[in-house]
Write a protein of this length. Structure first.
Length: 626
């Protein structure tokens, strides 16, 4: 996997150019050069790089693909799309999203009051806003205010109780109005159909949201009774995020399409749209055998258009406008998390760490002989001998017959023999050798928090593409396990011999080695938690001018220590005074030291929690050059 599966998940967004991974756009700069440029400005720790051109690419591809399907089938309805804010509410993303989506009539979806405020202030007038989720009277009133502002807003009914509140708010807002204004109304339907995988429970009769057939009929009668039937505009359904299989969607489309047609024929003449929700899958896999999506965007669009057209024809109703709320598809690819490797934990297993004695214990001497004489013809036999000797020697250590130096030599020699045997027998691919890779995997300590930046890995087992930013002309040989810097054993992306990740053997005292975590733009930021009080990493927006040159904009540094504590409602003023008081009152510190320590502690408080490596490497390099 020398290209780290880039041909599977990369979608031509990135390319390998010689030694580095580069952006496949404009002047095609490398991620490494951009990272180094930012670090030269003094920003340490992990970086989140945003690429607005990748947001625009996804939006244009989505709209163009549906336009092509509409033309192919002669479809009369329109296509619309909104971005669900729950996927990523960060300002640098939302501002870029709205800027690059100009001309597409692209809007936003809100599921809370705060998100609705973002939608009301960021969505251009005329572009659609949809409002989903449970709503109280205040939230519904905000929808009416948005409509009176001129927004094209649709409020989705999740239950009969919400409809009663909509009717109440409608009466309050318009009782003295000469020209009543209300938002469009949508109904979320609870389908019999459901998705598959982790989010399958979004569909089916036991799903959290939506009206049953009985409730739908009741809602219809209530809308008719209160003269709001002309506002009923949309049927909405959702069967789950990350729909990897197209079959459940096709089944759900048939069911929802027939419900739409039945409501139209019943008298809901204003009903004109069907919202298929989100769920358009993203390919996260780095391995062909485990690809997550079995369909293309073309197939997706063709199926939606064809099935809606067939149902409309058979039921003799107008073809509905088609809405999607696919946030993962729009946002995932736009950001890359870049983090430096701090340490390789197994590098002590090398020859220079051996401590041979003038007279070694017999079994350890045999290990030295095995290591020095192993070759392809005897590699399997010597490997078995080494593993057997190791068990015997560890038992001898427990019984007190060999010392700590002997134990160290045992561990190093056996590790080196395993590495040599795997290399010599690399073409055999036996299960035994694959299992041995678990024993010699290299532990890469990486300067990031999995809980903050990859919460779906920790919570759901979702894997993200990982690759180094450099050394890509060299074949990686280390079976890699990635450790984050939290003091939690769950902060590890372990080596999986069925889905192996190999990285390079790097001397970190001479150079930095950066890893890129890709497709992190959907959900990871908003779900990230401050475990160990590690915060959102430093972020930057990377744009390109008309000449293809890149620019680093909107740099936002990770929160410093005091800001993090302030977020947790600590009184940082008291903390500041307590630190100062305890230094000044200490009898163990001289007056000169007190001034120095106060200066240092205030410097540290102004920085973020992530670790630093630049200084140690530069000092090491300066020492070599001196």
């Amino acid at each position: 996997m020398k290209n780290f599966g880039l041909n599977i998940w990369g979608d031509d967004n990135f390319i390998i150019d010689g030694d580095t991974v580069n952006i496949n756009y404009a002047s095609k700069p490398s991620l490494l050069s951009i990272t180094e440029e930012i670090r030269e400005k003094g920003y340490k720790g992990p970086l989140l790089l945003r690429f607005p051109h990748l947001i625009e690419k996804q939006i244009s591809t989505l709209f163009n693909t549906f336009a092509k399907a509409k033309k192919e089938f002669g479809y009369q309805g329109n296509f619309h799309a909104v971005f669900p804010l729950k996927v990523n509410q960060y300002p640098n993303f939302i501002n870029a999203l709205m800027e690059v989506s100009e001309g597409y009539d692209y809007g936003l979806e809100a599921g809370s009051k705060a998100e609705l405020i973002i939608a009301m202030t960021k969505t251009p007038l005329g572009a659609p806003i949809t409002v989903n989720g449970f709503k109280d009277k205040e939230m519904i009133a905000l929808c009416f205010i948005a409509a009176k502002m001129g927004h094209n807003i649709t409020v989705t009914i999740e239950g009969i109780g919400e409809l009663k509140t909509i009717i109440q708010v409608h009466e309050e807002f318009n009782q003295q109005s000469a020209s009543p204004i209300a938002p469009k109304i949508g109904v979320r339907i609870r389908l019999h159909s459901s998705g598959i995988g982790i989010w399958a429970k979004s569909g089916g009769y036991s799903s959290k949201f939506g009206l049953t057939s009985t409730e739908l009929l009741e809602a219809y009668e209530m809308l008719k009774e209160h003269t709001l039937l002309e506002n009923l505009w949309m049927v909405h359904f959702h069967i789950g995020s990350q729909m990897g299989d197209i079959a459940p969607l096709k089944k759900a489309l048939r069911e929802a399409g027939n419900i739409y047609a039945e409501l139209k024929r019943r008298g809901a003449t204003a009903l004109s749209a069907i919202n298929i929700g989100g769920g358009l899958a993203v390919e996260y896999s780095q391995h062909t055998a485990t690809q997550e999506r079995n369909y293309s965007l073309n197939e997706f669009a063709n199926d939606v258009v064809y099935l809606m057209q067939e149902i409309a024809k058979s039921k003799k109703v107008d073809e509905p406008d088609i809405f999607t709320e696919s946030g993962r598809y729009i946002a995932a690819a736009h950001s890359v998390l870049v983090a430096p490797v701090l340490e390789l934990f197994s590098q002590e297993y090398n020859e220079k760490c051996l401590r041979p004695k003038e007279k070694n214990p017999p079994l350890i001497q045999e290990l030295f002989d095995l290591f020095n004489t192993i070759k392809r013809t005897n590699a399997r036999e010597y490997l078995h001998d080494a593993l057997d000797h190791m068990e015997s020697l560890l038992t001898l250590f427990d019984l007190g017959y060999i010392d700590l130096e002997d134990r160290s030599n045992t561990e190093i020699l056996v590790n080196l023999i395993i590495k040599k045997a795997i290399f010599l027998l690399r073409n055999e691919g036996s299960d035994e050798l694959k299992k041995l890779q678990d024993r010699i995997q290299e532990r890469y300590l990486v300067n990031f928090s999995a809980f903050q930046s990859l919460p779906d890995f920790w919570g759901l087992g979702q894997h993200f593409p990982i690759m180094p930013l450099s050394h890509l002309s060299d074949k990686p040989t280390n079976p890699a396990s990635i450790w984050d810097i939290t003091c939690d054993s769950d902060g590890e992306i372990g080596f999986d011999r069925n889905l192996p990740l190999y990285l390079h053997d790097i001397d970190l005292s001479k150079e930095e080695y950066f890893l890129g975590f890709f497709l992190t733009g959907a959900y990871q930021e908003v779900l990230g938690m401050k475990h160990n009080l590690f915060t959102h990493p430093t972020e930057a927006v990377i744009t390109f001018d008309g000449k293809g040159n890149h620019h680093i904009e909107h740099l936002i540094e990770a929160q410093n220590l005091m800001d993090v504590l302030d977020d947790l409602d600590y009184d940082t003023g008291i903390i500041d005074k307590a630190l100062k008081y305890r230094i000044e009152e200490s009898t163990l510190i001289t007056p000169d030291e007190k001034r120095e320590l106060l200066g240092k502690i205030y410097l540290y408080l102004s920085e973020n929690s992530y670790l630093k490596t630049i200084q140690a490497i530069s000092e090491s390099t300066q020492g070599e050059n001196a």
